[in-house]
Design a protein around this ligand. Structure first.
Ligand SMILES: [Zn+2]
Length: 477
């Protein structure tokens, strides 16, 4: 009897140590296969998301997913929108949504929790070893708020940013749980492969992150590889203009725009210029989308949302800034929660460089630097008066920004001022060589500030003190 028990325990131990059921894996990346249907009558997206989870870390028995859609629910601890933008966002008064998980197959058990109902914790049927994968299917219902925001029904469109459960990144043994902070972009993810099929009501057009594989009357399917997110915008009012840039199809979708061709030109010219200056664009297409959005715009891999209420010049500026994020966020990723300056500062500065080399848009380097400096000094003076000592550190958690105003001044304006000062001190050649080398190093990955700093250091200049004085807030601007 004892012997049998021992054998049984031994067999159980062997079984427990076996990796999860084998799953097809072409690359060392997670893949998402999403089948979704949008019902315009009730504003609900119903979907199944099959995740072929690739384990970069040590053996794990569970996988965690961020449920950004739950931030829109009534009573959320973290609101998706700051008080400053709340009125512009909720154009029809208070409105709520949520992401309800209706089932998970291929799992032993699952639960929704985290700091703010923002995490789906899936216990796998079997532990998954490092370098192996596990497959689960998550069924969910995304109810959309009436909101000019990343996920929401706007007056003319339906924004489907962050519309599916996305695996939390895993550094060391822990999953990085992202609550929805209203200042900044609270998203950190690893690159993955996507296959997305969406069914929409008759008459709707889909603008998507991916390459269109097939488009029936109401159902379209898309593919996007090696991308850290996937987004769509739907509308029954969309018109579009397209052009090819070195084989990349750039499309501008709009519902009300008399200068659509100009917007497409700015999108195409900036894509070509960034590609030539920083490195190759990885995706087969780029969708630039006029939509309801309270801030200027929002970047996703191969798709950018542009606020439809902006004046022509501001819309063009937003298009160029969001396009720069294809390099600084989408391809070369970073920790947007703790180091927002890294992608926002670079996106702002890349936009400046594009406009500087295209004077026909009416911006100059001096003009843009002076305007950022003026705004930054005004912020500093006001915050110094209010708080006695304005916090000018740049690397800090999104929840540690007091307001949108402070966030914009630290991440965007101070970021732009810092990169301009760096360029002035090391010269154009080293500056561009540093950016090219940083992009090559960080493409497809998540880079730390040190990866950026070392790229400039490697051009043969000592930049450590320079970055330290800006990032730690010691320099007086
Ligand atoms: Zn940005």
């Amino acid at each position: 009897m004892k012997k049998i028990v021992t054998l049984f325990i031994a067999a159980a131990a062997v079984l427990a140590a076996l990796p999860a059921a084998a799953c097809a894996q072409k690359t060392e990346r997670t893949s998402y296969t999403i089948t979704a249907e949008y019902n315009a009558t009730d504003g609900v997206l119903t979907a199944d998301c099959t995740v072929n989870y690739y384990n970069y870390g040590s053996q794990t028995e569970n996988v965690e997913f961020n449920l950004y859609g739950n931030a829109y629910r009534e009573g959320a601890l973290y609101k998706p929108v700051s008080d400053e933008l709340s009125q512009k966002t909720y154009y029809d008064g208070k409105s709520y949504g949520n992401m309800e998980i209706t089932g998970v197959s291929g799992a032993e058990s699952w639960s929704v929790g985290g700091e703010d109902e923002n995490i789906l914790d899936v216990k796998l049927e079997k532990a998954v070893d490092s370098g192996k994968c596990a497959e689960i299917t998550i069924s969910y219902k995304l109810t959309l708020a009436k909101a000019n925001h990343r996920t929401g029904i706007t007056q003319h469109t339906v924004n489907l940013g962050n519309f599916y459960p996305i695996a939390c990144v895993r550094d060391g043994d822990g999953f990085y749980e992202c609550a929805y902070y209203s200042d900044g972009d609270p998203f950190v993810s690893d690159c993955a492969d996507y296959m997305v099929e969406i069914t929409v009501p008759a008459g709707y057009t889909v603008a998507a992150s991916g390459e269109l594989l097939s488009g029936g009357r109401n159902t379209c399917s898309y593919k996007l590889e090696n991308a850290r997110d996937f987004a769509m915008v739907l509308s029954d009012e969309f018109e579009s203009v397209s052009q090819s840039v070195d084989g990349t199809k750039v499309t501008y979708y709009y519902y009300d725009d008399e200068s659509a061709q100009k917007k497409l030109d700015a999108a195409a010219e900036s894509l070509a210029w960034f590609e030539e200056t920083f490195g190759e664009y990885s995706y087969p297409c780029l969708s630039v989308v006029q939509t309801g959005f309270a801030a200027g715009g929002m970047e996703y891999p191969a798709l950018t949302m542009i606020n439809g209420g902006l004046a022509k010049e501001d819309a063009i500026y937003a298009i160029v800034h969001e396009n720069a994020h294809q390099w600084w966020y989408a391809m070369a990723g970073s920790d947007q929660i703790n180091c927002a300056w890294q992608d926002e500062g670079l996106a702002e500065y890349s936009a400046l460089m594009f406009f500087e080399s295209h004077p026909e848009y009416g911006y100059t380097r001096t003009g843009l630097v002076n305007s950022a400096t003026k705004e930054y000094r005004a912020y500093f003076s006001v915050y110094n008066q209010i708080f006695g000592d304005a916090d000018t550190t740049m690397t800090r958690h999104l929840k540690d920004f007091v307001s949108d105003y402070e966030y914009v001044n630290i991440a965007y304006n101070k970021g732009l001022i810092m990169f301009d000062a760096l360029r002035t001190s090391i010269g154009d050649d080293r500056f561009i060589a540093g950016l090219k080398s940083y992009f090559a190093k960080a493409d497809g990955k998540r880079a730390a500030p040190e990866d950026l700093i070392s790229s400039f250091r490697d051009t043969g200049v000592d930049v450590d003190g320079f970055f330290e004085s800006f990032i730690q807030g010691k320099i007086i601007i």
